[in-house]
Design a protein around this ligand. Structure first.
Ligand code: ATP
Ligand code: MG
Length: 360
């Protein structure tokens, strides 16, 4: 690799803001040598930026000549931005596909090369969709629940008055059905409104306390045939958050797992693993975080039915007899209040719900 060029540190500071981006960015000279590499690029290639800076950027591509002609084109003002697909080589010689965007800067002789890893782009799209979807859900739910709540009180009250007026036992049965069903709906509506009504109580949260609480609740409900395995990384620091909300989120997910495991519980080999890890330099949505907590709830059940796989976080989507389809919607809302995200990866025999929460 060639020598570092003189004057690099001074130039670099102008581009520091690129470190906040999730996409990989390099600023290069017309001769292809790197002036600046951002943190995401450093991570993706697996080489420190001190080493990347000053070396020909083409060295990191399987076809360096395409980059070379793109840079020449940029220098000759042949275009303002050029895009093409390429393969980037990591330090360990693995390659990964990227979408390359070569764009001029105002400074002559300095070109910005942005690399969007193709899998990252697909992941970003998916996560943005999840976030948008959860936002839309929240509003829909709140409005709908309020609309239902008001007339419901009236219906129940009227049925009660009616019940006091009538004598026939048979007719009273009807009013009781109305009252009973109104109460059931009321409970549903209260659950729908729960995340919006209760204030977000912020304190120090220890994620393992949350897991232990969920574990004991689940063990109490499913005392036989189910093993709940703990696999904790105890170095995870406490963070600011709403403990009760997080317990509810993890409980909803774990409860689903236990319900899905009914057959295996009967056979006695059902297993749920609660696994906590720290993830570094992680991106979700378009944001990049230095540290995040990763909590997996993994079960060895039959998996999420294909027919609802894309929609499980939507309200009222359920694959279960008698399910109201709110558990995951609420869990996602609670986790998003912590700027986090829940993802699901499920095949028969292994379903993994992953909660991601940024750490300070
Ligand atoms: N671990 C899992 N394994 C298999 N299917 C799952 C799992 N977790 C969720 N599902 C599926 O996703 C659906 C939606 O779950 P969600 O918790 O939102 O609603 P629900 O469990 O049906 O009802 P509620 O939680 O409101 O009582 C479930 O009905 C189930 O079909
Ligand atoms: Mg549920």
């Amino acid at each position: 690799m060639s020598l570092r060029l003189p004057g690099v540190p001074k130039l670099v500071s102008r581009y520091r803001a690129f470190d906040l981006l999730a996409t990989l960015v390099a600023v290069v000279r017309t001769d292809g040598s790197v002036i600046f590499a951002n943190a995401a690029l450093e991570d993706a290639i697996g080489i420190s930026r001190r080493t990347i800076q000053g070396t020909p950027f083409g060295d990191f591509f399987t076809e360096p000549q395409i980059l070379r002609s793109a840079l020449e084109g940029a220098a000759d003002n042949a275009f303002s931005a050029l895009r093409y697909e390429a393969l980037v080589r990591r330090a360990n010689q693995e390659t990964f596909p990227v979408h390359v965007i070569v764009a001029q800067t105002e400074r002559r002789g300095e070109t910005i090369v942005e690399l969007l890893p193709l899998e990252l782009q697909a992941k970003q799209d998916r996560e943005e969709r999840l976030i948008d979807q959860a936002q839309a859900n929240k509003e829909l739910i709140r409005n709908l629940a309020h609309e239902i709540k008001n007339p419901l009180g009236g219906i129940r009250g009227a049925a009660q008055l009616l019940q006091m007026e009538i004598e026939s036992r048979d007719l009273i049965e009807y009013t009781q059905v109305i009252i009973h069903e109104a109460d059931r709906l009321q409970t549903l509506v209260d659950r729908l409104l729960a995340p919006h009504r209760r204030p977000h109580v912020v304190g120090d949260v220890n994620i393992h306390e949350v897991c232990e609480r969920v574990r004991s609740l689940i063990m109490a409900e499913f005392p036989r045939g189910l093993r709940v395995v703990r696999d904790y990384d105890i170095s995870i620091p406490e963070f600011r958050g709403d403990r009760e909300q997080l317990i509810q989120a993890v409980l909803n997910i774990t409860h689903n797992a236990a319900q899905a495991l009914a057959e295996r519980i009967a056979e006695g080999d059902a297993e749920i693993t609660l696994r906590s890890r720290i993830a570094r330099q992680i991106t979700f949505g378009k944001q990049r975080y230095r540290l995040a907590l990763e909590l997996h709830v993994i079960d060895n059940g039959p998996g999420v039915p294909d027919s609802i796989k894309d929609r499980i976080f939507y309200p009222l989507v359920s694959g279960r007899e008698g399910g109201s389809g709110l558990g995951l919607t609420l869990a996602q809302t609670f986790v998003q209040q912590h700027h986090g995200l829940i993802e699901c990866d499920s095949v028969p025999g292994r379903t993994d719900f992953k909660l991601l929460i940024p750490l300070p």
